[in-house]
Design a protein around this ligand. Sequence first.
Ligand code: ZN
Length: 137
Amino acid sequence: MTVYRTELTVRTERRVQLVDITDDVREAVSESGVEEGIVHVFSRHTTAAVIVNEPESGLLRDVVNKLEDLVPEGAGYEHDKVDNNADSHLRAILLGPSVTLPVAGGEPVLGTWQSILFVELDGPRTRRVLVTVVGDG
Ligand code: ZN
């Protein structure tokens, strides 16, 4: 069994931004040599998330707008007294820090409309995403 780990760097330009990292994850799986197994994609941050969904531009705007509806900025949060980004943390908690996908035939398994999206929630920043591939070559 192989355990392969690599780190992606994601640079964001906006406070809230979705970045398609599917190709980078595909490349990591390819480099790992794993043919059958799983790939875990993990954000090492408290104000960012990783999701699987469709990178259609209207939907990406809908996601940003809905996050702003659900967790508005500056709504009297305790944490805003410390570093003024409670909304970013709360949005990250709703989405979660990681996804796990099957690997088959040396590639991550995704549905036709599925992509792996990094979700920046307190940008712009340079972010690190850990990709761990486990399985047999
Ligand atoms: Zn904070």
